[in-house]
Design a protein around this ligand. Structure first.
Ligand SMILES: N[C@@H](CCC(=O)N[C@@H](CS)C(=O)NCC(=O)O)C(=O)O
Length: 212
């Protein structure tokens, strides 16, 4: 059985939502930020990052995009990604990595006390750049939803939508501002929130409503 190392409203949300949608058994391990920062957790996740997913053989997976790709291919019958090896699956992977290497990073760059700033002036500058970058990326995603939607992979709801939704919840400056700027993203986030199987997990992370 999988073990999900989970922190409320952190990066484990996407894995938690996916496990709920797939209806596969897992043990949910709620962690505090202090437990995540403890050296013991680095034995599971080398940078001490959430999400991490324990496997039944004792190994632990890390990096959100890798965990999502693993789960959808380990459970192809659940229909949360195109058929592994198909051209559609290639497109799914492109967008998944687009999100994890661009949008996730741009959001993290805007964190207070971020790694790259030496002082508060630099921190404010980088926070501004984070918003600028997020807006550029949301505009690309909004265009895709408007032209290919209703979901990021067209007619088929997939793990990609779950992942993008998680980033929308955190986005800078705030989710409600992103929604006001990009109505296609607002409609998309509302549709993900309406997924019946996500209700309990959305409540557990306190993200039933857009953050303002
Ligand atoms: N590239 C990683 C990023 C994960 C990440 O930034 N996780 C944050 C929570 S959203 C974290 O665990 N931060 C703890 C820390 O920075 O020490 C992934 O996609 O899994």
């Amino acid at each position: 059985m999988y073990k999900l190392y989970n922190v409320k409203a952190w990066g484990s949300m996407c894995v938690h939502f996916l496990l709920e949608e797939m209806d596969v058994p897992y043990t949910n391990i709620w962690m505090t930020p202090e437990q995540v920062a403890a050296p013991e957790f680095r034995a599971l996740s080398p940078l001490g990052y959430i999400p991490a997913l324990g496997l039944s053989d004792g190994r632990t997976l890390f990096e959100s995009a890798a965990i999502i790709s693993f789960l959808v291919t380990a459970h192809p019958d659940k229909g949360l990604a195109p058929q592994p090896g198909s051209d559609d699956y290639g497109e799914f992977l492109s967008w998944l990595h687009f999100l994890s290497t661009n949008l996730y990073v741009a959001i993290n760059m805007g964190d207070a006390g971020n790694y790259y700033a030496r002082n508060t002036t630099e921190e404010a500058f980088i926070a501004g750049k984070s918003i600028e970058k997020c807006n550029q990326l949301w505009s690309i995603l909004a265009h895709r939803l408007e032209t290919e939607g209703p979901w990021l992979m067209g007619e088929a709801y997939s793990a990609l939508d779950i992942y993008a939704f998680m980033l929308c919840v955190w986005s800078r400056p705030k989710e409600t501002v992103v929604h006001a700027e990009f109505p296609a993203i607002a409609k998309f986030a509302q549709a993900v929130r309406a997924r019946p199987k996500l209700k309990a997990a959305l409540e557990a992370h306190g993200v039933m409503e857009p953050r303002s």
